[in-house]
Design a protein around this ligand. Sequence first.
Ligand code: TRP
Length: 470
Amino acid sequence: MEKKRHTFSSGIGFVLAAAGSAVGLGNLWRFPYLAAKYGGGMFLLIYIILVFTFGYTLMIAENAIGRKSGKSSLDAFAALKKKWGFVGIIATLIPCIILPYYNVIGGWIIRYFFEYFNGFMSDISCAFWNLAPVGESGFGAHMAAGGEYFTNMLGSAPTLIIVQSIFTIIVAVVLLMGVQKGVEKASTILMPVLILLAVIICIYSITLPGAIEGVKYFFIPKAENFSIMGVLAAMGQMFYSLSLAMGIMIAYGSYIPKDSSIEKNVGRIELFDTLIAVMAGLMIIPAVFAFDPTQISKSGPGLMFVVLPQVFDSMPLSNLMGMLFFFLVFAAAITSAISLMETIVACVCDHTGLGRKTSVIIVALLTLAISTLPALGYNVLSGVKFFDRFDILDFMDFITNSVMMPICSLLICLFVSFGIGTKAIEDEVEIYGAFRRKKLFRIMIKYVAPIFVLAVLVSSVLNSFGIITM
Ligand code: TRP
């Protein structure tokens, strides 16, 4: 990596690559269940404000740090100011915890894809032989029954371990073959298809009887739905969805050509990522109200896997829709997982002197081993609960997004203010193009963002221990 750093051929190349990393399970799986859980419109409002103020500031800072230092996260801080090297270590640790549970969800997606694929195949053979379809409303019907399919899947440790291993192995094989270029091409075709399908499913969901209540819930903020835990969750989701506060955007920044505007690119990535998240919310939340409003209060990581089958089941060509949809989610997830694993592999390569192939294999084996824990958390180890309420997967998710990432973002703000000075970042941004929101950037990174993160972190800890209630 240190040798000759090739840059993206154009700003658009960077935007596509960064969007490929940003758009993934965070938008499609994580955002809708958090929005459902933390008060719909209120969560959406907080999220959007955060993305375009705090997220904007942090993404500019990270990209500029990357382009200035020409290094990835682990070394970038040290390269600019030796004393601050430790921030790079914390930042790099985060993807190492995210990847193992990302793969677990990737595995669920694969399982669902094959379920619909089988259903579709039997639809085709029924049509071909002129037979009546199996069951009343097609093959997908049994998946719809109140999330029973999902619960059964989680109960079976071998199933989970097999599917998530398949996911991890695919990611590792892509990295070994070095076909990232091909993956990038594929995702530029698949992404528009995903958007088109999402629009169709959105329209369908919104027009279900009773769904309008869900649309209202998602778009209209209600003051009584405000909670400090909701703010913390929205902040964590913002980091997660934009791949911030973990050094990823630093690595991407180091590939931005000097004659490309950082500010413009950041704006595009944020807008795109947020639009996809809002669409995912519109596919899922109105449907919850149409089928079973009680799901809203119970919503957790399984929401998408319980609600969408119900939507598909009531659509024409249900198996085809389900199959297509889960394939596209798989495509979005795999590009993100590749970029996650690549980050870790690059660090291992640079710092151990091991070859790339060996590093990929070691990282993949470690990921496989660690990811059995979150999978077993739903069956064999279901007794293990952190703070009385987190399963293992939830806990890995919570500790990274709601604890480590806020701390890391705070450190990045302090690094910019006290380590290298905001001017260093501003100059880097202004190498090409104007920095129109420079004032906003300066005030955010110096004062608002650090104070905000501290306040939210402290009050949510106090809240968790019942010392204050907010
Ligand atoms: N942003 C990705 C998503 O929305 C998830 C993610 C978090 C990620 N950190 C990352 C992807 C690092 C690639 C690299 O799903």
